[in-house]
Design a protein around this ligand. Structure first.
Ligand code: HEM
Length: 147
């Protein structure tokens, strides 16, 4: 049961952090040749699929993380740090979905390119922070037991 929880926990982290890294580091710099409206439409469709998947990954991280911590008794400074930074990431995700993503989606659906571009910039900033946090959390979670 512990090995299953660790596997699911690591896979959920992989989906979330790896997805953010792909979007930010590889997809984003590859889009400029497209017209603004096409780029915005692509992000609209992409985040429409990615963000619900991240919601699922967060549920898996929470259930498996607290099962490992409270159920299996795996603890230590690295787990507390992972938990603190993890909650920051969850809150940022909640803010992203509730504010900039909602506004961006509405602006794209209304054809308001200028407003959509401004909200996309806000999404970009939030994801940049969560990507850095995610990389740190993965490094802490995976290496902490050897500290
Ligand atoms: C906020 C609640 C969380 C709790 C209670 C939690 C708990 C844990 C625990 C107990 C372990 C096992 C540590 C060990 O074996 O020494 C672990 C490992 C890990 N956690 Fe978390 N975690 C949380 C959030 C996160 C988040 C948000 C991420 C990344 C996005 C993450 C990524 C990892 C990774 C990559 C490992 C290493 C898995 C392995 O052994 O290969 N955790 N976590």
């Amino acid at each position: 049961m512990t090995s299953l929880a660790v596997a699911l926990h690591a896979l959920a982290a992989l989906l979330w952090v790896g997805g953010m890294a792909f979007a930010y580091m590889f997809l984003r710099p590859s889009l400029p040749p497209l017209a603004a409206a096409e780029r915005l439409g692509l992000w609209r469709r992409l985040f429409g699929r990615f963000l619900p998947a991240v919601g699922g990954a967060i549920l898996v991280l929470l259930v498996t993380g607290y099962w490992l911590f409270l159920g299996a008794g795996i603890s230590g400074g690295h787990v507390h740090l992972m938990q603190a930074l993890g909650w920051l990431m969850f809150l940022l995700y909640g803010h992203l979905v509730g504010a900039p993503w909602k506004r961006f989606r509405n602006a794209v659906d209304d054809g308001d390119v200028q407003a959509a571009a401004a909200h996309l910039e806000s999404i970009r900033r939030t994801i940049a922070i969560n990507l850095v946090l995610g990389v740190v959390v993965v490094a802490v979670g995976a290496s902490g037991r050897y500290w």
